[in-house]
Design a protein around this ligand. Structure first.
Ligand code: C5P
Ligand code: MG
Length: 286
């Protein structure tokens, strides 16, 4: 069926169930399928050569547009809040207000930095961001199969769009919901548009444009890609889900989070920097 499922990075709690679901997705055809994916650390790499790769926020944090002082403050926020974000021993209810706090503080700091809209392309070019290996095949397969790809990200929409544009994979079947920058008439950043999307509200509460999912109401089969426990609710905007296959990248704190991820995701990819498994499944289905 899908040889990539034998890869050493693959963990499945119920392999039989996964095989059945993949068969159903293939049998019911591409006209019924849509893909819903997270962006940072799901479509982009978590690490390269032993170094962490940046999130869309980090691309701005690390750029020349930010003062030394500003960068220090943004780093301090990351060091304080990131461990909370991924802490397997804290509940979502407990984390939620803290995530709002992180995003609000970070966005406020960024908004004090006189960032120009015209800086964005260069920021992305000069950054260390990398899409996961196999990204071309992933985006191209979906485009050729006419399968819609919904990217639902708590990162920065302007940055992530620029990343996929520069990679030449921002095809017409791609739709993005994310945090967008708000610029004044001179093209200077003055804030972020609402609603604020953070790790733990990636669900119906922010999917105001459910028009998107209404238009796709015939596409009741879903492949969901994420890297966080917060990504599991990204398909909540789909009214009638027939089959859903959840694939989760487990990047960090692997031992501590393994069981939780295996309970929540049908397929867990441990420290896998590629889209090979996803591409293998798509190749079989499309
Ligand atoms: O695209 P995705 O939803 O994964 O983007 C959110 C990620 O960005 C979070 O997992 C978080 O770790 C990261 N983040 C960051 N800096 C911030 C806020 C969030 O790197 N100020
Ligand atoms: Mg992510």
């Amino acid at each position: 069926q899908v040889p990539e499922l034998e890869n050493a990075t693959v963990r499945m709690k119920n392999p039989e169930c996964v095989k059945e679901r993949i068969s159903s997705l293939r049998r019911e055809g591409t006209g019924k399928l849509q893909v819903i994916s997270d962006f940072d650390m799901t479509l982009t790499r978590f690490g390269f050569n032993g170094q962490r790769c940046p999130t869309s926020h980090n691309i701005i944090d690390n750029s020349r547009a930010i003062s030394e002082e500003g960068r220090k403050k943004l780093k301090a926020l990351l060091h304080h809040y990131y461990p909370i974000e991924i802490d397997p021993y804290r509940t979502v209810e407990d984390k939620l207000p803290l995530m709002v706090e992180w995003w609000t503080k970070a966005h406020s700091l960024l908004s004090q930095q006189k960032i120009l809209k015209s800086d964005i392309a260069q920021m992305v070019k000069e950054s260390e961001v990398m899409l996961r290996d196999g990204f071309n095949t992933f985006f191209d397969q979906l485009q050729q199969g006419n399968v819609p790809l919904f990217i639902f990200s708590a990162g920065v929409g302007n940055i992530l769009e620029e990343i996929i544009r520069q990679a030449q994979v921002y095809h017409p079947n791609v739709n993005v919901v994310s945090n967008y920058m708000d610029f004044d008439d001179d093209g200077v950043l003055r804030g972020f548009k609402s609603p604020l999307i953070h790790t733990y509200n990636k669900n119906n509460t922010v999917l105001e444009n459910t028009e998107y999912f209404q238009q796709l109401s015939a596409r009741t089969n879903i492949i969901l890609l994420g890297d966080s426990m917060g990504d599991l609710t990204m398909a909540d905007g789909v009214a009638n889900v027939h089959h859903i296959l959840k694939i989760g990248f487990l990047n960090d704190k692997v031992e501590e989070q393994r069981l939780k991820y295996m309970d929540a995701y049908d397929i867990v990819l441990e420290k896998d920097e590629t889209l090979d498994v996803v591409n293998g499944i798509l190749r079989y289905i499309l």
